[in-house]
Design a protein around this ligand. Structure first.
Ligand code: DGJ
Length: 527
């Protein structure tokens, strides 16, 4: 009997130790400087749509799903606010996620949850009233003359513990109700940093600022001494970045102990070319600080509301690093931003997500108005990619990629992939050259492409409003390269499914991707 009892006990504790779910946890994998987000054990490309800031209530969802479907998104990014899950301290209300997660599942859409906790765009707006109203217990940063700044200090232990408790409760609850991992990633906090004050000037902050930089940071950067000795003019910004990142990392780690989902932080960006100014959030100039301070954060991610293509290109390059997957969790939702989807794919992005897709509000002029043209700019691209998102993510993880998006000057753009130079041209008709009458698209902010090098002479192309030309950087010794096969198609069950071959006019004037199109191109040697 005793033996039976202890066997039962062992079995029971074994069952309790097992994760609640049989489905594989989403995770980020990296190799050869490229990255993939794995969902259900396979690469996944986030074709996202972020909901507006106040769409995090069950009553709003009927206005969210139709747009998510209309744009062919496979992922909804949506807030969970601290104030809504813990309106009274210690009393949790998960009715929002209890409504959201099953509906997402029914709608065949994955979720990225945005934890609006201590900080949302640096401020405490989404913290519960009992936090907002008690700045003694939950202290703010102090200015040089001892005045309270609007931002909560990352040195506030009480704030951290309270936020962490709520976040842990949320992650535990998700683990319990979401065995299928409808939730694939989590963003702890939102666009953190501090506007108008470079660091906390409280006595505790002053003491830490005068002390040697943390050992881990010294090891990573090879610097030493106090913050000022190590970083000079950028000392205060780096100091704040470090403590913000440590705070968020502790919350992320505690949440991951409940449910080990990939977590990322998003950045309000400063100037793309000048790292002197800027914020202490995960801005490109302080990524190294964030990487050192926040090992539980898989991705530092740029929120791109920039329309200048040179700057967009630079931002993406800042964030696409061997130690940092490129992920665009927010970007503007109008025609002018949509072509950067191709650029992001070409730079190996694991996802791209315009902000404010539900028609409940509009953040114009930062983003777009809810017009059919703006919706179509996203939906036409996602419609092409949605059925092949998994295949694209797999191939882009295994092979080199390049991307293009039309620049302000509408000039040609070239990139090298293996022994081939690929040139993107804009504002041309499908027939003829620059001497043809002007194409009105020349002046519209449209056009771009992403290319995967499948092999030395084989490419997968996706793009729109662009002409692509291929030339060899070094001619093959035994003759010139020429098109052997240009096939339009898609993937089905992991296999290429040809719709038709392009030939004649369709290839004699370069490869013209007018509407979003997927092509497989193979070159051969003409002897
Ligand atoms: C960036 C923030 O992260 C979003 O939540 C939102 O406020 C946009 N800015 C502006 O619409």
């Amino acid at each position: 009997m005793n033996l039976f009892r202890s066997l039962c006990g062992m079995l029971l504790s074994l069952c309790l130790a097992l994760p609640a779910s049989a489905a594989e946890l989403p995770r980020i994998v990296s190799k050869n400087g490229r990255h993939a987000l794995y969902v259900d054990g396979a690469p996944f490309l986030i074709l996202g749509g972020q909901a507006h800031n106040s769409s995090n209530y069950p009553g709003m969802l009927p206005e969210v799903w139709p747009t998510i479907h209309a744009i062919h998104a496979n992922t909804l990014e949506i807030p969970v606010a601290w104030e809504q899950i813990e309106p009274v301290e210690g009393k949790f209300d998960f009715s929002w996620v209890d409504a959201l997660i099953p509906q997402a599942r029914e709608n065949h859409v994955r979720l990225v949850l945005l934890w609006f906790g201590t900080w949302k765009n640096t401020g405490p707006a989404y913290a519960p009233e009992w936090v907002k109203a008690d700045s003694k217990r939950f202290p703010h940063m102090l200015t040089k003359d001892g005045k309270q700044h609007y931002v909560h200090t990352p040195l506030g232990r009480n704030t951290l513990e309270a936020d962490k408790r709520a976040f842990v409760a949320l992650m535990r609850h998700i683990r319990e109700i979401d065995p299928d991992h409808t939730v694939i990633m989590v963003q702890p906090e939102n666009e953190v940093g501090s506007y108008g004050l470079d660091r906390d000037y409280s006595p505790e902050a002053n003491r830490l600022f005068a002390a040697p930089i943390p050992t881990e940071l010294a090891r990573r950067t090879g610097k030493s001494g106090t913050w000022t000795q190590a970083f000079g003019k950028t000392a205060a910004r780096n100091f704040t970045a470090w403590y913000l990142a440590r705070y968020i990392d502790e919350i992320a780690a505690a949440g991951q102990a409940e449910l080990n989902l990939p977590m990322y932080v998003n950045a309000a960006l400063s100037d793309a070319f000048n790292d002197a100014g800027g914020n202490s959030g995960p801005d490109w100039a302080v990524i190294d600080i964030w990487k050192a301070a926040a090992p539980h954060i898989a991705i530092e991610a740029p929120d791109i509301y920039e329309r200048n293509s040179t700057a967009v290109n630079a931002y993406m390059d800042h964030y696409a690093r061997p130690d940092n997957p490129l992920f665009i969790p927010e970007t503007g939702n109008d025609l002018g931003f949509a072509r950067f989807f191709w650029l992001a794919l070409g730079k190996g992005a694991i996802g791209w997500s315009p902000f404010g897709m539900d028609p409940t509000y509009s953040n114009f002029p930062l983003g777009g108005l809810n017009t059919p043209e703006n919706l179509e700019a996203v939906s036409s691209k996602f419609a092409l990619m949605a059925p092949i998102a998994q295949e694209w993510a797999r191939l882009a993880y295994d092979h080199p990629t390049v991307g293009f998006a039309k620049g302000q000057d509408v000039s040609d753009q070239s990139a090298i992939l293996g022994r081939w130079k690929i040139t993107a041209q804009y504002g041309l008709w499908e027939f003829g050259g620059r001497d043809a009458p002007p194409n009105p698209n020349k002046d519209r902010p449209v056009g771009g492409a992403a290319v995967i090098g499948l092999g030395p002479d084989e490419f997968l192309l996706a793009g729109s409003d662009v002409r692509l030309a291929f030339s060899e950087t070094a001619p093959a010794p035994d003759g010139g390269g020429r098109f052997m096969v240009v096939e339009e198609g898609t993937f089905q069950n992991g296999r290429w499914l040809m719709k038709r071959r392009w030939n004649g006019d369709q290839v004699d004037h370069g490869i013209n991707l007018t509407k979003p199109t997927l092509l497989k191109v193979r070159f051969g040697i003409s002897r």
